[in-house]
Design a protein. Structure first.
Length: 314
């Protein structure tokens, strides 16, 4: 198949959400508490739908299971999930399990290793990444004592930063940040602390301390990710991370760039600008906020315009 597979995102309302998904990307959002755009998702809690071509109207999970030739993957489920998050308020301090723990405790769900590209950040924005406990006993004691300022590591962020967040990492997005998140296809989160916030019914939100303490990596100091950029076939390619979970890159196009798709599928998200994608057979307009998959053996193509992409693949 030599057509890109464009996808219709799914939106999730959150207590910490806002309206930046509409302001920055022009999405039609369900409310002014919209926290997440599940842009490329086959997870049962929110599946993207194909917008074009012969598979228009199909859910991504069905496409994955019925047309394996489009992906050339050995995974039984679509393994990745691409989101854009609008943290208009602080997210809960949380941690995610790895595959083994999630498989045992969460009905076979995948674990959740993820990474963040900072699309936008208000001045003074910070994330929580890591903790200061030197042992599990100390972690438990600091949580019980509510010594959050002593326990949690805060890191300043700005637009264009990148963070790799493996399972077991205590973390939280801070207020005023918009990120594109590439993650394993999982919806399992263990809350450690939620600022004593209450839900719409006036109840404190549930914490998951026993499981969170089980899965937290100790020790856990913050270390910046080292990454590099190079000029490649008319674009600037920044390689952020490549491991057994995913490879994530940024492509910056200004003018014309030639590429040839990989043997397997590639997920593409336009996070800035607009332009065109050309194949030998057809031309497709691209705009900020578009998300699409280049199927396996898509072949050569050209990108034209001024655009920034975050791309990912297995």
């Amino acid at each position: 198949m030599n057509q890109p597979i464009f996808l219709e995102p799914v939106f999730q309302e959150r207590i910490w959400g806002g309206t930046k998904l509409k302001q920055l990307f022009g999405y039609e959002i369900p409310s002014d508490r919209t926290g997440e755009c599940w842009a490329v998702s086959a997870h049962p809690n929110g599946q993207s739908v194909v917008k074009n071509g012969p598979y228009q109207g199909m859910k991504l999970g069905d496409l994955w299971s019925k047309h394996t030739e489009l992906f050339r993957s050995g995974s039984p489920v679509f393994p990745l999930l691409t989101k854009i998050l609008d943290a208009s308020d602080d997210l809960s301090v949380q941690v995610h399990p790895d595959d083994a723990y999630a498989g045992e405790h969460e009905n076979g769900e995948l674990g959740k290793t993820e990474c963040w590209y900072i699309v936008d950040a208000e001045p003074g924005s910070v994330i929580i990444y890591g903790h200061e406990a030197k042992s599990r006993e100390q972690l438990v004691q600091m949580i019980e004592d509510g010594r959050w300022d002593d326990l949690l590591t805060r890191v300043p962020v700005k637009r264009g930063d990148f963070f790799y967040v493996p399972s077991g990492t205590i973390h939280a997005l801070g207020k005023g940040i918009v990120v594109l998140e590439t993650q394993q296809s999982s919806d399992t989160t263990y809350r450690v602390y939620d600022y004593d916030r209450k839900d719409k019914d006036g109840n404190l939100r549930e914490l998951h301390l026993e499981k969170a303490i089980d899965v937290t990596t100790i020790p856990q100091a913050y270390e910046p990710v080292s990454y590099s950029s190079k000029e490649e076939a008319g674009m600037t390619v920044t390689s952020f991370v490549s491991n057994s979970f995913f490879t994530v890159e940024k492509w910056e196009v200004s003018g014309q760039a030639q590429r040839s798709a990989r043997e397997k599928y590639t997920i593409c998200s336009v996070i800035d600008g607009n332009g065109l994608l050309r194949t030998p057979d057809q031309t497709y307009p691209l705009a900020k906020g578009d998300h699409f998959i280049l199927p396996a053996e898509f072949g050569p193509f050209e990108l034209e315009g001024k655009m920034t992409f975050i791309i990912s693949h297995e």
